[in-house]
Design a protein around this ligand. Structure first.
Ligand SMILES: *Cc1c(COP(=O)(O)O)cnc(C)c1O
Length: 431
């Protein structure tokens, strides 16, 4: 069956034919690729086409598709049962692994998605401080819970839906939006809402408006501001956790939050999220404390087994990080070399193994900068890549994910395709 045929049927039964908006490929003028199977860095579509995959499930697949360690973990765990509704030793091992890996975090609660993690972390921060308001940043994405779906990134940004119908104004009014990498906007917001701000939540490396790292001054400034005003600093590391380093952003950037949210990599491709923090904050979570949060499938044994297998592998193989960072750097340099000969406006941003090619001449540090990008040019680029069997992010405002399974041949084939695609972009501009 062709993607077109499956998509037409999908659209009859599923809104937009997909279960998450960016999968629709709408903003790049395409229809979705329906995935059939994955093997290492390659994805096979239902249409029989083989792709080199840089979506990699949007981050979880740091070891590539179907890594034997991950595959064996799920086979073994499935033989023991799929869910118990009782605690398991696996959950203890997972919590301990996260605590051991992450500076400043003493307790962890497992949930089922990144959305659930950020939503729950904010509830705990509010319970802890006895305050209502939160600060988030333009272009940062923290999942789709009501209070966080304001000026958000990812699919909402791709489809130009900064906020959504269905969310009461009362809820949105508790969310204050500040400018990413602009400390003065945060200082002003804290000043205007003295003693009413429970938490500041951010992606320490923004990955949902394309890759835009926070500056060192911005992060250390936020840390100081939170300390001075009794505000809980929350790092949303759903993408960056165990990605930028095994020890995540405190190690990579040198700033330690009060709470952290995880997802993606810690589930190894199964639906998982987690939030954690210092003991004095996390002891407020039910049943130890009064802040309620629960989940029938939270800490699911299959998800824990797969997550633990992937994280333990990463812990024992630091060379994985060396490899993926070098591989992404190889792509970055290759792209820059190609573009140096073409008259296209661009910025290449790389943070470790995360990469974005922005089509703009403006250096990017803020959400406003990101919005200067030529999304039509990106769409053309995407389609030319797809035609050559390379799956990159189907949006200007998302990252490309390099995995340990991308071989040197994959990288060279990718650069050859990028060269052809960029020449097409260049020619389109000249015409
Ligand atoms: C993906 C993502 C989320 C949401 O996680 P889901 O598992 O999709 O609910 C939250 N924050 C960040 C930074 C993300 O990239």
């Amino acid at each position: 069956m062709t993607n077109q045929e499956i998509f037409e049927e999908a659209c009859q039964y599923i809104p937009g034919g997909v279960n998450s908006p960016v999968r629709a490929f709408k903003s790049v003028g395409e229809i979705p690729v329906f995935a059939k199977k994955g093997d290492k860095a390659h994805l096979f579509g239902e249409d029989g086409v083989e792709y080199i995959d840089y979506i990699c499930s949007w981050g979880p697949l740091i070891l590539g598709h179907n890594h034997p360690v991950v595959q064996n973990a799920i086979i073994e765990a499935s033989q023991l049962g799929t869910s118990f509704g009782l605690p398991t030793k696996l959950e203890v091992a997972m919590a301990k692994l996260i605590v051991d890996s992450y500076q400043g975090i003493e307790m962890v609660r497992m949930v089922n998605s990144g959305t659930e993690a950020t939503m729950s972390a904010l509830r705990v921060a509010r319970g802890f401080t006895g305050r209502n308001k939160i600060i988030k940043f333009e272009g940062n994405y923290h999942g789709h819970s009501d209070g966080l779906l304001v000026k958000t990134g990812s699919g909402a940004l791709t489809f130009n839906l900064p906020t959504s119908p269905g969310i009461p104004q009362e809820i949105i009014s508790q969310t204050i939006i500040c400018k990413y990498n602009d400390l003065s906007s945060v200082i002003a917001a804290v000043e205007q809402n003295k003693k009413d701000i429970a938490a500041i939540i951010l992606e320490p490396v923004a990955a949902n408006m394309g890759i835009v790292p926070a500056t060192k001054e911005f992060l250390t400034g936020l840390r100081t501001l939170c300390d001075q005003n009794g505000i809980v600093l929350i790092f949303d590391e759903v993408i960056t956790g165990f990605r930028v380093s095994y020890h995540s952003c405190p190690d990579y950037l040198g700033v330690i939050p009060d709470m952290v949210c995880f997802g993606k990599i810690i589930g190894g491709g199964l639906p998982v999220g987690a939030y954690g923090g210092k003991k004095e904050i996390m002891s407020l979570v039910s049943p130890q404390g009064p802040v309620y949060q629960a989940g029938t499938l939270s800490g699911n044994p299959l998800a824990m087994s797969v997550g633990l297998a992937q994280l333990s592998y990463l812990n024992n193989h630091p060379d994985v990080y060396e490899y993926i960072n070098k591989a992404a750097n190889y792509l970055e340099n290759g792209i820059k070399t190609i573009l140096s000969t073409l008259s296209l406006d661009y910025q290449v941003h790389r943070c470790q193994s995360l990469l974005t090619l922005f089509f703009t001449n403006k250096p990017i540090t803020t959400f406003e900068d990101v919005q200067t990008c030529n999304t039509e040019m990106y769409a053309l680029f995407f389609r030319e890549m797809l035609r050559q069997g390379i799956l990159i992010a189907p949006s200007q405002f998302e990252a490309w994910f390099v995995s340990a399974a991308h071989s040197q041949i994959d990288l060279d084939n990718t650069l050859n395709a990028i060269k052809k695609a960029l020449v097409k972009c260049h020619d389109a501009l000249v015409d």
